[in-house]
Design a protein around this ligand. Structure first.
Ligand SMILES: *Cc1c(COP(=O)(O)O)cnc(C)c1O
Length: 450
């Protein structure tokens, strides 16, 4: 945690001394915001595009087609096959080989979605009725669907103010004798503090599952994410870094869990051991056409991840030191792959609200939206009503949990969602484009500075 806070390029403005701030910011941008010494000439803020001024972002950057020759080649190979079933399928085999090159794990299993991968991991961890699983409330609901289907209880912890990842101290505070696992979500492609979380998990004998769905190609202290936790789960849904429309992968190097992944994605059928159904699960298989596309997509991953990491870090560099703006905080030794870039504004630093700030950014041509999910997961109606199973939640009705989501509090999470602005980052963007986006943020921030 303390390591995460020490990132020199991405510290919150409040943590930067005025002297450092002046030293690292251009004089022109400082002048508009601070009670600068009289010798620094105040420069009038440029006219907002919203008020008829010139747009800060002048380029267009389209993502374009994300598939082509490599996918065509794999799909053509697939068409020569007499079966499209996954088990021992050549496309699935190749896909999993290539997966293990980017995420070196001993066991890997393809499946139908990230949600499926997470459910398989929860099954392999042996999580059952009344067990508690600590995770992030800012995530895709797929993080907890498997937990709920096992009649276990998601316990939502608070997050780091500008990493947007699990706060290890708050995680430890929420551990009870019923806690069985932690699901660490690498939100927006930014690695969680896996050292701290692994230490806590080991100390309390919990299973650490990485939700790597938004973090293809990310690295924690130089190591691929997914190789530090006990199990890791990836999504291949259309919005993710690489995709086959819908799909997922679950992996593990742990002998306790790795050998279970196949059967828990395949109706409980162990295709190596055979011998009837000794386990119960649903059908989460991925077929050969999807695997063919993924095998090809995996050859594109490193370029995509590297480009996004570079562009996102560039944006941080260009907006750090800007008064009232808190950049996306990434540990300097980690690789964040920016599924999105997410920065926060300090409400008291501006004369406008976030909606107006975003409106002005969009007018400048910057690809921004306010916030991410509307509310933390536990404030969604289905959680507030505890109505997961035809309006019921058996574990609560039968006294296996006293969880009451209407009383669950995660204050930093609320602030992250209320004051955050999400910026699209993709591999079709250029350095000049990001410079334009940064200029838009500076221009709007200066214009509305309190
Ligand atoms: C996308 C996503 C999931 C679910 O993946 P699907 O493939 O859509 O089921 C789970 N967790 C996170 C963090 C995600 O971004």
């Amino acid at each position: 945690m303390s390591q995460n806070r020490s990132s020199p390029s991405a510290r919150p403005v409040s943590a930067v001394s005025r002297r450092e701030f002046l030293a690292t910011s251009s004089a022109a941008l400082v002048a508009a915001n601070l009670d600068a010494p009289p010798s620094t000439a105040a420069q009038p803020a440029a006219k907002l595009a919203l008020d008829g001024g010139a747009k800060a972002v002048t380029q267009k950057c389209s993502l374009g087609l994300r598939w082509g020759e490599p996918e065509r080649e794999r799909l053509n190979a697939m068409l020569q096959q007499d079966t499209l079933f996954y088990w021992k399928g050549p496309q699935t085999t190749l896909m999993l080989e290539r997966f293990k090159e980017v995420c070196p794990v001993k066991y890997a299993q393809s499946c139908s979605s990230g949600t499926a991968a997470l459910h398989i991991a929860v099954l392999a961890a042996g999580i059952g009725p009344g067990d508690e699983v600590i995770t992030s409330p800012i995530t895709d609901i797929g993080t907890v669907i498997g937990v709920l289907y096992q009649q276990a209880v998601p316990v939502f912890a608070d997050l780091g103010a500008s990493t947007y990842n699990l706060d290890p101290t708050d995680v430890e505070r929420r551990i009870t004798p019923k806690t069985k696992a932690i699901i660490a979500v690498h939100l927006f492609g930014n690695p969680c503090d896996l050292h701290a979380l692994k230490t806590i998990a080991d100390k309390h004998k919990l299973v650490l599952i990485e939700d790597s769905c938004q973090a293809w190609g990310a690295k924690f202290r130089g190591r691929p994410i997914g190789t530090i936790g006990d199990m890791t789960c990836f999504s291949l849904q259309n919005t993710k870094h690489i995709t086959c429309g819908d799909g997922g992968v679950v992996g593990s190097s742990d002998e306790r869990f790795g050998p279970l992944l196949q059967k828990y994605g395949d109706k409980g059928c162990d295709r190596i051991k055979g011998g009837g159904f000794h386990a119960f699960s649903t059908n989460y298989r991925m077929s050969e056409p999807q695997a063919a596309v993924v095998a090809a997509q995996l050859t594109r991953l490193e370029a995509i991840a590297a480009k996004r990491a570079w562009l996102g870090n560039l944006l941080t560099e260009k907006i750090s030191g800007l008064s009232g703006v808190i950049p996306h905080q990434v540990h300097p030794e980690d690789r964040c792959v920016y599924w999105f870039y997410y920065f926060r504004i300090k409400p008291e630093a501006f004369r406008c609200d976030r909606a107006q700030f975003v409106k002005a950014l969009v007018a400048e041509g910057a690809p921004c939206t306010a916030g991410y999910i509307a509310v933390p997961l536990h404030r969604e109606p289905v959680f507030q009503q505890h109505g997961f199973f035809a309006g019921h939640w058996p574990v609560r009705e039968f006294g296996l949990t006293t969880m009451d989501y209407t009383k669950h509090q995660t204050p930093e999470v609320e602030a992250i969602l209320k004051t955050g602005i999400r910026v699209v980052i993709h591999e079709g963007m250029t350095e000049e484009y990001i410079a334009g986006v940064a200029e838009a943020i500076r221009k709007v921030a200066r214009h509305y500075a309190a």
